[in-house]
Design a protein around this ligand. Structure first.
Ligand code: KG4
Ligand code: ZN
Length: 353
């Protein structure tokens, strides 16, 4: 079946058309079209995502990307070009989510095609199987499966069964990991998004880390749960910077290194604890922060003997391929009983279930 997927939960507008077939255990996909319009440059002056601007850009981008996708696939937009539409309904920024939902409802009505809401985080979990183009399958993985989802809006550890049932083991109590990267970058006058910038500065001095004369806290590292907290760490960095006579380029590198170390150490420590407690055989790492090279290498170092999956380049950030993948699984879970989606609402705090 052909699936049109729509993603507008934050600052990236994503549209893809996938050809999907098979049952959950052997689901396979072909990417017929995949377009993403990033708003990074538009939000950069604000040091974070500005919801009203994101909404305006999504409204502008959605029809453009849909047209590109229909042209590429040579599907006729006047008659029913796809068999199913899936759209992210949460979590995320509600004004942004609504743009995708309203757009999807209009298309579903016009084409008389069923419409299904998708949880964005389920998309990040399944993003490790996706491809930007070509074909891909839902890989066979050994149970239990734990996912570490780390993005600008989320930091959570999730136990997933059969790709359809999730249990949140722990989550951030305040800032998300990516959000902390973005805020600390802003304190140092670095551009948005801050994650890649901080990571670049940190890696430029990582080899010579001996002699680092200060440390930042590893918040909640030893609490007996799987929750995280990054707000205190962010504040420590702020106080540290405020006490400096000048913030030199060399100091920015040192701060980046110590900050990245603190975040990665905390993420890896709690993830390892969760893997051990649940005897997980597979670890999935998804979301924008999963592109962090130091996090990748530390996770691989800490967890031997289990399968660790990361998304391919370009699919760690928000995209529509992962929403199409999760949408198809949801469709199979519902045994194809999908309505017209008229009652779908945006839910900024939607939880995985
Ligand atoms: O998943 P994503 O594209 O959007 C959300 O759903 O939030 O994640 C974006 C976040 C931003 O906070 C960005 O700074 C962070 O991912 N990020 C990184 C890296 N690349 C992106 N954080 C640390 N290291 C990176 N290399
Ligand atoms: Zn995301």
């Amino acid at each position: 079946m052909k699936i049109l997927s729509i993603e507008t939960s934050c600052d990236d507008t994503g549209i893809s058309i996938l050809e999907a077939k098979g049952a959950i255990k052997n689901a396979s996909f072909k990417v017929l079209a995949n377009y993403l319009s990033s708003q990074t440059l538009i939000h950069a002056p604000y040091g974070g995502v500005f919801p009203a601007l994101a909404k305006r850009e999504h409204i502008k981008n959605l029809p453009l990307l849909l047209n590109k996708a229909l042209t590429k696939t040579k599907l006729d937009k006047k008659i029913k070009p796809v068999d199913l539409i899936v759209v992210t309904s949460g979590p995320g920024l509600e004004p942004a989510l609504w743009t995708g939902i309203v757009f999807a409802k209009e298309l579903a009505t016009k084409w008389k095609v069923p419409l299904l809401p998708v949880n964005h985080m389920q998309g990040h979990i399944l993003s490790v199987f996706g491809k930007n183009k070509g074909t891909f399958k839902l890989g066979k993985v050994a149970d239990p499966v734990i996912s570490l989802l780390v993005s600008g809006g989320h930091t959570e550890l999730v136990l997933t069964k059969n790709w359809t049932k999730n249990k949140i083991l722990g989550q951030t109590l305040d800032d998300a990991a990516g959000e902390a990267f973005d805020k600390v970058a802003r304190m140092m006058g670095l551009p948005y998004p801050g994650g890649p910038e901080i990571s670049r500065l940190a890696s430029s001095v990582r080899k010579s880390r001996e002699g680092q004369s200060f440390t930042f806290p590893r918040p909640m590292m030893y609490t007996k749960n799987f929750d995280f907290s990054f707000s205190g760490l962010k504040t420590s960095v702020l106080y540290f910077i405020q006490k400096l006579p000048t913030l030199t380029e060399e100091m920015k590198k040192k701060i980046s290194l110590e900050f990245e170390n603190a975040v990665v150490e905390t993420l890896v420590y709690k993830t390892k604890k969760a893997v051990e407690k649940y005897d997980a055989k597979t670890l999935i790492v998804g979301g924008g922060v999963s592109a962090n090279k130091y996090l990748k290498s530390e996770i691989k170092k800490a967890l031997k003997g289990i399968t660790i999956l990361f998304p391919e380049r370009g699919l760690s950030m928000d995209n529509a391929v992962m929403i199409g993948t999760a949408g198809y699984i949801e469709y199979l879970k519902k045994e194809g009983k999908v309505g017209n989606g008229k009652n779908i609402k945006a839910d900024g705090n939607l939880k995985l279930s």
